[in-house]
Design a protein around this ligand. Structure first.
Ligand code: MET
Ligand code: ZN
Length: 765
């Protein structure tokens, strides 16, 4: 029998409320636990109702599953160890903790553990911190075992999910006191604890267990693959009752598959959505009894699966392996997909055509079941489901609403000179400085200023459109006035009208729709609701001109226009999968290009096109980098090069992992680049120039993620250090990202100090 399985279920939206109430001190730890028990039960039952035969357990988390795993293995950094074991400590590891001193207690102020992007998703995990004399052990309560038992008590036999030892170590980092630690040197210490965990699971009655090893989708050295081999040979031998399913996702396993055959593992899960071409190669690398779990339903997007196509692939696998050796599954954990379409009332009634194309997690589980059923009992046994699916797929394929011939023609007609500024940077810089002189070390901000609640009221319908517009104008005026008082050189309008830097543009472009409940986890209790790109994207009307021109009318200083770049719009949306992402990105680029040109026409001479997500889109394998960077940078160029030499194009990026993309940044050919530099790694600035970056640059002089007000002296020291790598005429002084999460008081104080730094630098010229 082919099994219908799942790798993980979303958990976040429902947990948000209870977790945030707990943080606010409104509910007890016990209430949190009770809510969790209820939610898990609901999720398991829901998956069972969809007909899955292997349902995951242990995938639940209140904050992050990697954090939970670290805690389960007692990998708790020194600075948190004195806190009481429990939710409060776990949340403290994720978010840091600050408590004022009381009569009975000293002040508490502990920095959170580092958060990092989970592969190429927009989910963030808490990076495990390992020490040289790290010890590992399980506590009295073992989360994975507990949750397995919890499901068992409900009569549901689940497949426990555990983060595998190699990925656990490789995704971590050395603690500050353990610089230079070779993470894999901890294997001999961690494996006995994994053995203990697996023994407990076997004792509790588990048979299949899912061991996630997402690092197998990366370029890993042969030495690491050798570790995989010895590790799994050992773990499987120690737990003869368990069947290990190694789960890979987000791409192809490639030659990393080589260790599987004689490693003792019972099965392997592969992502056939991202990498359908790997099927044959993987099958050829399995032994005679190993199971292959086929990730055929996209776990990272919201479109219905083309079941006929998926069935063909599955049938080929069944033919090669036999039905006992095939599982059907989503491509990855459904953590990255919204929960259910049941609550999308507005889409269902107002956009019935599009609604019919969608599948969230609940519906994806059903698709998995339908595929398995068709394989086990013949296609006729699910005739109605398959016919329904074929009808939706065909309706989407032939819809008049996804294609716009004018957009297609415009794309065809793109000429190479539309990807180039008229002159090279040095010539542009001379012209720009002559046409619009600025003081040395110009000061600016990244775009957003502290936000007020009125926009939320407007969405709730409490104030009407006219009142709302008046309100936005006031906010802009206030923001401009404050910046003038602070004596900043290049001003911004503050982005008061923008809920979200991607959704704002999505709402103004054709080709997008918005869901009510398409929430996915971003980090901790934070969820995002990515807009949905379903059709050809194009701009109908200007999107930012009114606000920008109004803001410019209030000041004689230059007002910087503020746009979100095409790659970031792409990266932070659910993107149609019927045409290549590169094509969607090019369409977005043309829309932004029109806006850039219109801003210039309206007299705006500084225009910033933000691309914070360009690094995140980088593929997982180095061999795929060039292809991505080619189209991504081309899209940025297409959006920004329609202007005169005297117009200053800015861009902004805020993930400091620039190592892999220097050349791409150079090729983006912006006049000014503002970047996050809060980690103060000055060497990175040196690397910019080594890689040929010669344009203007503003490495943030303060970290906006913290409410702390930086002193003049500390920022001046940072700027002085920057000057060792950056010529004086190219250095801008700015914070490292937008200020919308901060309060006005601290922003005013921080920026007063920031301007003082620029003045001090000028004085020393
Ligand atoms: C995540 S980058 C944010 C850039 C945007 N212009 C802002 O200031 O909010
Ligand atoms: Zn930023």
């Amino acid at each position: 029998m082919v099994q219908a399985t799942n790798l993980g279920f979303p958990r976040i939206r429902e947990t948000k409320k209870i977790v945030e109430s707990f943080w606010a001190g409104k509910v007890t730890e016990q209430a949190v636990d009770e809510a969790a028990v209820k939610l898990r039960a609901e999720n398991w039952k829901l998956q069972q109702a969809q007909g899955l035969s292997q349902i995951p357990s242990g995938d639940f988390s209140f904050y992050d599953h990697v954090l939970d795993h670290s805690v389960m293995f007692n990998v708790i950094p020194q600075r948190f160890r004195h806190l009481r074991d429990g939710h409060e400590r776990n949340f403290a590891i994720g978010r840091g903790i600050q408590k004022p001193a009381t009569e009975t207690q000293e002040k508490v102020d502990i920095e959170a553990q580092e958060m990092k992007k989970w592969f190429d998703t927009n989910y963030h995990y808490i990076v495990p911190e390992f020490e040289t004399n790290q010890t590992f052990h399980l506590g009295a309560q073992v989360k994975t075992v507990q949750e397995f038992n919890e499901a068992k008590a409900l009569g549901i036999h689940t497949r426990p999910v555990v983060l595998g030892p190699l990925s656990f170590l490789l995704l971590g980092k050395a603690a500050k006191n353990s610089a230079g630690l070779d993470l894999l040197s901890l294997l001999p210490k961690v494996l006995p604890v994994y053995e203990e965990l697996f023994a407990k699971l076997a004792e509790a009655g588990a048979d299949w267990i899912q061991v996630d090893e997402p690092c197998l989708g990366l370029d890993v050295a042969p030495a690491v693959i050798a570790h995989y081999h010895t590790t799994y040979t050992r773990l499987t031998a120690a737990a003869p009752k368990l069947k290990f399913l190694i789960a890979t996702y987000f791409g192809r396993i490639g030659n990393n598959v080589s260790f599987i055959k004689d490693s003792g593992v019972a099965g392997l899960h592969i992502d056939l959505v991202r990498a359908p071409e790997q099927l044959e190669h993987v099958i050829a690398n399995l032994n005679q009894s190993q199971v292959l779990s086929l990730g055929l339903v996209d776990g990272r997007n919201i479109w219905k699966t083309n079941l006929a196509n998926a069935l063909k692939i599955a049938q080929a696998a069944v033919q090669a392996l036999g039905s006992e050796r095939v599982f059907i599954a989503p491509s990855c954990s459904l953590l990255h997909a919204p929960v259910t379409l049941r609550f999308e009332k507005r889409l269902a009634s107002k956009h019935a055509e599009l609604f019919d194309w969608l599948a969230y997690s609940e519906e994806k589980c059903k698709e998995v079941h339908t595929l398995a059923h068709a394989l086990n009992h013949g296609v006729d046994s699910v005739k109605a489901e398959l016919a329904d699916n074929a009808r939706s797929i065909e309706a989407r394929r032939t819809s008049a609403h996804t294609t716009n011939s004018a957009v297609r023609q415009r794309l065809e007609a793109i000429e190479p000179e539309q990807l180039r500024r008229r002159s090279a940077f040095p010539e542009r810089q001379t012209k720009q400085h002559a046409a619009h002189p600025l003081p040395a070390f110009p000061t600016t901000t990244i775009g957003s200023f502290p936000q007020t609640k009125a926009r939320a009221k407007f969405t709730k319908g409490e104030i009407d459109a006219a009142a709302y517009n008046e309100f936005i104008k006031k906010e802009i005026a206030y923001c401009v006035e404050e910046q003038e008082k602070l004596n900043i050189d290049v001003l911004v309008h503050g982005e008061a009208e923008r809920n979200d830097m991607v959704a704002y543009f999505g709402e103004r472009l054709e080709g997008y729709i918005f869901s009510e409940n398409g929430w996915i986890a971003s980090y901790g209790s934070r969820c995002v609701r990515p807009p949905i790109i379903f059709g050809d994207v194009h701009r109908v009307n200007p999107m930012t001109i009114t606000e920008t021109v109004y803001a410019q009318s209030l000041t004689s200083k230059p007002m910087k226009g503020m746009l979100t770049g095409p790659v970031t719009c792409l990266q932070w949306s659910f993107v149609r999968d019927d045409i290549p992402r590169s094509v969607v990105c090019t369409q977005l680029a043309l829309a932004i290009r029109d806006e850039v040109v219109d801003l210039e026409k309206a007299g705006i001479i500084h225009i910033q096109v933000d691309e914070p997500a360009i690094r995140e889109g980088l593929p997982l394998r180095a061999i795929d980098f060039d292809f991505y960077l080619q189209w991504a940078v081309d899209a940025f160029l297409l959006s920004t090069t329609g202007v005169n030499d005297t117009t200053v194009i800015h861009t902004h990026m805020c993930y400091s992992d620039f190592q892999d993309i220097f050349q791409a940044i150079v090729r983006m050919d912006a006049d000014v680049l503002t970047i996050e530099n809060s980690k103060s790694d000055m060497r990175i600035l040196g690397a910019f120039s080594t890689h040929g970056y010669n344009a203007e640059i503003g490495p943030g002089v303060f970290d906006i993620h913290s409410p702390r007000v930086p002193s003049v002296q500390e920022m001046k020291e940072r700027a002085d250090a920057m000057l060792q790598y950056i010529p004086r005429r190219n250095l801008w002084i700015n914070p490292d990202c937008g200020l919308k999460t901060r309060g006005w008081k601290e922003v005013r104080e921080s920026l007063t100090n920031l301007v003082a730094v620029a003045e001090a630098l000028r004085a020393s010229e």
